[in-house]
Write a protein that binds this ligand. Structure first.
Ligand code: AAT
Length: 290
């Protein structure tokens, strides 16, 4: 923080840095895995930072959490067992809980400090933990999946930080292979897959790994999140061999139960779901070469 502004500086986006004006630093700590900071910003509400990188702001977290959750869950009928890797803030849990068919929500987050800090400073996000279907495991998502029973989950959502730090292995081929093993036939995975403006080389690797491992469909979708680097973030959506999944045409829209008046969806709807798979030409050339 330099003269009242936080700048997100990282070798993952050289030559640029998005800044937010800081009203007040609310928390600063060092966990076993990363530096953790929370501050009150002047225009985006409270902000959670891990190792100098913005993980969420109160103002735009809805765009990321709703899309990473409902893109997979609205693409399959009756999801029952869902696994979240990362996502310790609880926002993805909050979104999964909107689906009344879901019976079990496992989450494996590596860093307990993220969970504790979210419960203290981001109650509207950590509210996800209040759902009785949630079971929290603190540990490395890579190890968790290695030991997970085979063929059980309907959906796995990988809400992971960037590939520098504890999340590095979550972008590698052996991890995708263990995700595929843990999914039922025709099960789906949605992973945080970085920005088409900044990380085409990372995306290219993820796509080629996923094409080898997931024998159903493999698709890239993206959305806007103003406080993420370059203002956009993408998701890799894949399904395993089995009942086919057409991600571009959601068959399981969120019902009125899930879209309650007390806590309505702010970002996701069926039109934006389909639109998220339309790619700019430069990205399409790399991701879906014809
Ligand atoms: N929903 C907020 C967005 C995130 S949070 C990513 C989470 O992944 C963090 O809580 C981090 O502690 C956790 N994590 C990192 N590595 C692992 C691991 N190996 N196993 C389990 N959890 C892990 C993502 C923000 C994206 C930022 C884009 N620039």
């Amino acid at each position: 923080i330099i003269s009242g502004w936080f700048s997100e500086i990282s070798p993952m986006w050289p030559g640029e840095a998005h800044s937010l004006k800081v009203e007040k630093v609310l928390f600063q700590g060092k966990s076993d895995y990363q530096d953790v900071m929370v501050f009150q910003s002047s225009t985006y509400g409270k902000v959670l930072i891990l190792d100098g990188v913005i993980q969420l702001t109160e103002r735009d977290e809805c765009a990321y959490q709703e899309m990473i959750t409902h893109l997979p869950l609205c693409s399959i009928p009756n999801p029952k067992k869902v696994l979240v890797i990362g996502g310790g803030d609880g926002g993805v849990l909050r979104e999964v809980a909107r689906h009344s068919s879901v019976e079990q929500i496992d989450i494996c987050e590596i860093d307990k400090m993220v969970v504790d800090v979210s419960k203290e400073f981001f109650p509207d996000v950590a509210v996800g933990y209040d759902d009785p279907r949630v079971r929290l495991h603190i540990g490395d998502g890579v190890a968790f999946l290695k030991n997970a029973p085979e063929g059980t989950y309907d959906a796995v959502i990988v809400d992971s930080s960037d590939p520098i730090g504890p999340a590095q292995e979550l972008f590698e081929k052996p991890f995708f292979a263990s995700v595929a093993k843990a999914l039922r036939p025709g099960g789906v995975v949605c992973t945080q897959a970085e920005s088409i403006w900044l990380h085409m080389h990372i995306i290219e690797d993820i796509v080629s790994n996923c094409r080898q491992i997931f024998k159903g469909s493999v698709n890239y979708a993206w959305t806007t999140v103003p406080t993420y680097p370059s203002g956009v973030i993408g998701f890799m959506l894949c399904s395993t061999e089995g009942p086919s999944v057409d991600f571009k045409h959601p068959i399981n829209p969120i019902d009125t139960d899930g879209n309650q008046e007390s806590r309505p969806l702010k970002f996701y709807n069926s039109e934006i779901h389909s639109a998220a798979f339309c790619l700019p030409s430069f990205a399409r050339k790399v991701i879906q070469p014809k």
